[in-house]
Design a binder for this molecule. Structure first.
Ligand code: ADP
Ligand code: UVW
Ligand code: MG
Length: 588
């Protein structure tokens, strides 16, 4: 499949046609210096011309702000377009251009699929301490004010390349990645996950950029609104278009011109360079402290990849972090599509500083192809289903509890295909107490199985083992009472082991097998938690879903459910992510 990818940044359009199966480029190009609307329109036109010269099966579009609507790649339809538009005010240099590109290419190529890949997706794993601003949280919720983070596709790609270069698993590394282009951001990547990043609710926060201020005292904005500007649009233009390298130098947003002016003795150009580098250095220190260590620093983006002067200013005198910059290696480093990584430190250096040529286009093509092939995004969270206490019965026991002519009555479908909750309920009676009104799940099975939580066991006065569904030999006894009779089961009471139902396609995407044990991290919610010992159950008849009981859900503050029915909760504020870190039990 040939995928055309379009990466519209704030100063350029980078495009490629790639064979997604091999990753080989068919063609690639760069349209630079697109700061004016006219130049941008001309850029889009030239892109359409390129697309007509090659066989293109799908288009992958970079979209900068996905807000909280999308944390994964998505096929573009009218609703997606509306959402991208909705977030445009928060990414004014990007989303409107991303949309213009989408509209132009969709009308030029209406018969092939178009996919959006969001800069925000990789940062969906930010812990709350990093994503939360210190303001009234009611206000934060009302206005969706939080750190979203951007350049995620680039940070993720360069982290993967750095790990490959170092010959170490990404899951063992603490990395600081500096994407220094016309937009610039830092990212703390701890064991493969983004745990902090310098861009915030918008791509305006953090490092000094071509035309954006980055970090600034919010009090300055208040003062300027009071004393200088008549309305918020003027302030918006000032911070997004007239600040950063352009504002500092008074010359240009383009580092090449600033470096030339600084070499010619221009003081404002020198100031722009020192403020830029000082800010970037500070973030290396901050993120090293936040992660409690550092295994490598990565520089990427137009500036990181090309400017030895800025790299020197950012990385010099960091020996106390184990980074000893080798000036010759720094001066001679050249990265390209053929030679993607260069080490700026000598081999024995404890913490390498790596220049990595970013490849957002390749990542976008991969995610586009995966979405279209598998029908779902390549990276995604796992929906969590919270199971309340319930019973499964065999036909004989059902007849004794509900009468010989009774049949289970359908109440509502459950999410696993073919499974349903019934109208019928039974009472559980233990040596210490009883729990009334526990729902029957259908269809009837060959064995009785009663699933309760640890809290329920205390109530009943029983000690049930944690078991996989179906393994009831030697489990605890329990008495069941129904409207037509009672049955004392000698065994069948279990505390269900947490597990994930996966369709075979999901297992392929996650790289796991039936009966593997994995960890699932629940992040982004009010009580983050990692569940270990999670059993993977794979079948073509399953739908992706993790099942936990009410005690476990409460521990992670997911949903409160004590009603005795099954409640299925799609985690929204929290995101569940699979971490395949446990020893595999193998496919037995
Ligand atoms: N050889 C070079 N030396 C110094 N800076 C460079 C060089 N090549 C590109 N740059 C800088 O890289 C920046 C653009 O980065 P890039 O990642 O292409 O931007 P975008 O954010 O539009 O994707 C500009 O500031 C440009 O001056
Ligand atoms: C998010 C952002 O600033 O992107 P770019 O650097 O491509 O302008
Ligand atoms: Mg860019």
């Amino acid at each position: 499949m040939n995928v055309l990818t379009i990466n519209t940044g704030s100063s350029s359009i980078k495009y490629e046609v790639l064979d997604a199966a091999t990753g080989d480029p068919v063609t690639r190009g760069l349209v630079e210096d697109l700061m004016t609307p006219e130049a941008f329109q001309a850029g889009v036109k030239s892109l359409i011309a390129v697309s007509q010269q090659h066989k293109v099966d799908a288009v992958g579009h970079r979209v900068v702000h996905g807000g909280n609507a999308y944390s994964d790649a998505v096929r573009i339809d009218n609703q997606v377009i509306d959402n991208i538009e909705h977030w445009s005010a928060l990414a004014p240099l990007h989303n409107p251009r991303n949309l213009a590109g989408i509209r132009a290419l969709m009308s030029a190529m209406p018969d092939i699929p178009h996919v959006a890949v969001f800069d925000t997706a990789f940062h969906a794993t930010l812990p709350r301490r990093a994503s939360t601003y210190a303001i009234d949280q009611k206000m934060a919720v009302k206005h969706k004010i939080r750190r979203y983070g951007f350049h995620g596709t680039s940070h993720q790609y360069v982290a993967q390349e750095a790990a490959k270069f170092m010959g170490r698993p990404l899951e063992e590394l603490r990395l600081v990645s500096l994407h220094l282009g016309n937009g610039a951001s830092a990212c703390a990547i701890e064991y493969g996950r983004s745990v902090d990043t310098s861009m915030g609710m918008t791509p305006l926060e953090g490092l000094v950029m071509g035309t954006r201020s980055g970090d600034i005292d919010a009090g300055v904005l208040l003062a300027m609104l009071r004393d200088e500007f008549d309305n918020v649009n003027e302030l918006d233009d000032f911070l997004n278009n007239c600040s950063g390298l352009r504002g500092l130098s008074g010359l240009s947003h383009d580092l090449r011109e600033i470096e030339a002016a600084a070499a010619g003795g221009e003081d404002s150009a020198r100031l722009a360079i020192t403020v830029f580098s000082h800010r970037a250095r500070k973030y290396i220190g901050a993120y090293t402290a936040a992660m409690g260590g550092l295994d490598a620093v990565i520089l990427t983006g137009g500036i990181g990849e090309n400017s030895a002067t800025l790299r020197h200013r950012i990385l010099q005198r960091l020996d106390f972090f184990g980074i000893t910059l080798d000036e010759d290696l720094n001066d001679s480093a050249r990265v390209s599509h053929e030679n993607r990584v260069e080490n700026l430190c000598l081999g024995h250096c404890r913490t390498p500083a790596l220049v990595v040529k970013t490849h957002e286009e390749g990542m976008i093509a991969r995610q586009t192809e995966a979405l279209l092939r598998l029908g779902k995004p390549a990276q995604f969270g796992i929906p969590i289903a919270v199971s309340g206490r319930h019973v499964h019965l065999d036909r004989k026991t059902f007849a004794r509890l509900f009468g010989t002519t009774a049949e289970p009555t359908h109440y509502k479908d459950l999410s696993q295909p073919g499974q349903y909750a019934c109208q019928e309920k039974v009472d559980l009676v233990g040596p210490r107490g009883r729990i009334d009104g526990v729902r029957l799940l259908g269809p009837l099975r060959s064995k009785n199985q009663v699933e309760v939580s640890r809290t329920d066991e205390f109530l009943l006065g029983v000690d049930a083992p944690v078991r996989d569904s179906g393994r009831i030999t030697g489990s605890a006894p329990i008495r069941l009472e129904g409207p037509e009779g009672a049955v004392s089961l000698p065994e069948g009471l279990i505390c269900a082991r947490r597990h994930i139902h996966m369709h075979t396609d999901d297992a392929e995407r996650f790289g796991v097998n039936n009966k593997d044990e994995v960890e699932v991290a629940i992040t982004g919610g009010p009580r983050e938690l990692i569940f270990g010992d999670v059993l993977v159950r794979v079948s073509p008849g399953y739908k992706l879903e993790m099942h936990i009981d009410t005690d476990e859900a409460n521990a992670a503050e997911l949903a409160s459910n004590t009603s005795g029915t099954i409640v299925y909760t799609d985690v929204d504020s929290a995101t569940a992510e699979l971490r395949v870190t446990k020893t595999r039990t193998g496919n037995v």
